[in-house]
Ligand binder design. Structure first.
Ligand code: CA
Length: 625
């Protein structure tokens, strides 16, 4: 182990300067090693006027620096242990948009670097997302292949594409752009693609969570310009885009790790120590320091070095990267991966920096804990976490509700502790959350069993109908996982690659094409139409977006709850049993304002008497306008 590690170290100290993918080794036309500058450009008039430039090239750290600029000054110059880096901290408070010159003087030679401060444009952006939205999570490599010519790109380490579960399949931004009309028609408002930044890893690069350059969209997805085009096209349709960011770790082929500024840029002295994944330790009042430290500083896996966000230079690098994408590409929100594994205080400052720059922004953290006490402590304003330990994170993920939606609907509801009674009980504990409206709610995602674990489960249509109704009408910001609307089934037993199966119609040779509607099975069509009906109805519905939630203890195996905003009441009545129910309506008067309502699923008018007859597993969504 030691032997191979040392060999590896020796190997990469050479390779880092010669590998074709290492930017430091790219030669300019004059034959000089290319200088990598990140960010490549910036803007004038930013809320935070301090700018970090990371310069990477052989021995650039030995340069003296002067500027030729209007209103830009050098705050400080940091020379990391590794002389291939120079960190330049500039002050841009009074700087107009311009291209200025940075002179690097070394051994009597001067190299001049033009640097652009752009004008911020006034396009709608950083809109945030909230409960009026429905988020659609997709994995770009598995969604739609709009450009087969980029499936394999010369010079990158993974040189094959195939339909094997863990191989690159070839989906890309051109395909995502092509599918926007489908998504818009379905009724989703916001797209969350898993990370698009380059993963120049030798294998399993398709998932995107091993970023090797934070500033580059993977050329196999189409590169930076294709990303900007995709977002512009989404905005044209009134849709939004969330960028998936990964600050806890990067890919081991990232130049920041291979030729790292110093060992403090990565946790555990840049040496692999496995995290226990026991992240409940971080907020546990009885938790040992050993457990807290290991959960936070241990590495997710060996090929994903764990970034040290406590290092102020790392923090600034990552924070600027978020601002850069927001400003450059016009994203509307951020999803932050493996949130509790990163340093809590550093990430709190990151949230503050983003929200100071973009007051309407929303950020959701992947807070994978299976209990509400644990999840709630990661949300901004948590009383349990306490004022001096605030995470500042606006939105957290409702993993406990996901677990319940996946199990409770397989049970027959009683009035106490089975089926929908468990969902009622969970929702009744919402006081634990500082802001229950800012919970991302979902049936599944790319890391979990699909809602239908096996095909036979997908054929029980009432199960999906009830789950989707709950998802779209309870509190929170609902998120669908690609293919939920087509009753796609998969479970983790088959490996992650199968959870991330291709979207039907996204790849050549597909006999089923969901984008055009050709070849859908009756179950797919029924599921799609049901999903579309609810999503289209939900759009612009104030009662659901902003309304209060009032619910009733289970009675006759039936769950009743209501969303109310000024002038509109929506009341959901759901039979959790396999029997017909004759439900007395007397106790529900406060959520039944009229004797007549529009029922959303069947699109018919319903007259309400003393009782309501519900078929087994029936749902009434009553819209009182
Ligand atoms: Ca492609």
């Amino acid at each position: 182990m030691w032997h191979s590690l040392r060999l590896f170290t020796l190997f990469f100290s050479v390779v880092a300067l010669t590998s074709s993918s290492s930017a430091a080794s790219r030669r300019s036309k004059s034959g000089e090693p290319a200088l990598k500058v990140q960010p490549a450009f910036w803007w004038s008039g930013m809320h935070d006027a301090s700018l970090q430039l990371l310069l990477h090239a052989p021995e650039v750290g030995r340069s003296e620096v002067t500027l030729d600029a209007h209103g830009v000054s050098i705050d400080s110059i940091v020379r990391p242990t590794n002389t291939n880096y120079l960190l330049l901290y500039l002050q841009t408070k009074h700087a107009p948009a311009q291209t200025f010159s940075i002179h690097l003087r070394k051994a009597g030679k001067v190299k001049t670097l033009p640097y652009e401060l752009r004008q911020r444009d006034q396009k709608t952006r950083a809109q945030g997302f909230d409960a009026s939205d429905v988020v659609y999570l997709l994995m770009p490599d598995r969604f739609v292949n709009g450009d087969p010519s980029n499936d394999v790109v010369k010079g990158l380490k993974e040189q094959t594409a195939s339909q094997e579960p863990n191989a690159r399949h070839g989906g890309d931004l051109a395909g995502m752009t092509k599918a926007l009309d489908y998504l818009n028609d379905l009724g989703v408002t916001t797209v969350w693609p898993t990370p698009l930044q380059v993963n120049d890893m030798p294998s399993t690069s398709y998932h995107g969570y091993a970023i090797t350059d934070y500033y580059e969209i993977d050329p196999r997805f189409g590169g930076n310009e294709a990303y900007v085009r995709f977002i512009d096209e989404a905005h044209k349709r009134g849709m939004k885009v969330i960028q998936d960011m990964v600050f806890n770790h990067c890919g081991s082929e990232n130049f920041l790790f291979r030729d790292r500024p110093d060992d403090d840029w990565f946790n555990c002295g840049s040496r692999y120590v496995q995290t226990s994944y026991r992240i409940s330790a971080v907020t546990d009042i009885h938790g040992s320091e050993a457990d807290k430290t290991n959960a936070r500083d241990g590495w997710f896996v060996e090929v994903m070095p764990d970034l040290n966000q406590r290092n102020p230079h790392v923090w600034k690098y990552l924070t600027q990267n978020s601002i850069w994408w927001t400003e450059y590409a016009g994203i509307d929100g951020i999803r932050q991966d493996t949130y509790p594994y990163a340093d809590r205080q550093a990430m709190a400052r990151w949230n503050q920096a983003l929200l100071a720059e973009y007051p309407h922004f929303n950020i959701v953290g992947e807070t994978w804990l299976n209990h509400n006490v644990g999840v709630s402590q990661w949300q901004k304003g948590s009383k349990l976490a306490g004022q001096d330990n605030d995470s500042e994170l606006p939105t957290v993920m409702d993993f406990p509700l996901m677990g319940l939606l996946n199990s409770a609907l397989d049970e027959e509801t009683n009035d106490w502790d089975k089926g929908l009674a468990r969902i009622y009980e969970y929702i009744s504990q919402d006081a634990v959350y500082a802001d229950p409206t800012h919970l991302l709610t979902f049936l599944s995602n790319h890391d979990t069993d699909r809602f239908a674990r096996v095909p036979i489960q997908a054929s029980v249509t009432t199960r999906y109908r009830q789950a989707l109704t709950l998802l779209l009408t309870l509190r929170g910001i609902p998120q669908l996982y690609v293919g939920d609307e087509l009753a796609m089934a998969a479970n983790k037993g088959g490996g992650d690659g199968l959870l991330r199966a291709n979207f039907p119609g996204g790849f050549s040779g597909d006999t089923i094409n969901a984008l055009s509607g050709e070849g859908l099975t009756p179950l797919m069509r029924e599921t799609h139409d049901f999903t579309r009906r609810l999503l289209q109805w939900r759009r612009g519905n104030d009662a659901i977006s902003r309304g209060t939630l009032r619910h009733y203890a289970i009675n006759h195996g039936t769950y009743v709850y209501s969303r109310q905003a000024e002038g509109r009441t929506v009341t959901v009545i759901m039979n959790g049993t396999n029997q017909e129910v004759e439900l007395p309506l007397g106790r529900y008067a406060e959520v039944l304002p009229e004797s007549v309502a529009r029922e959303v699923i069947t699109d018919r008018t319903v007259s309400l008497g003393d009782t309501l007859r519900l078929a087994p597993r029936d749902i009434f969504i009553l819209d009182f306008q």
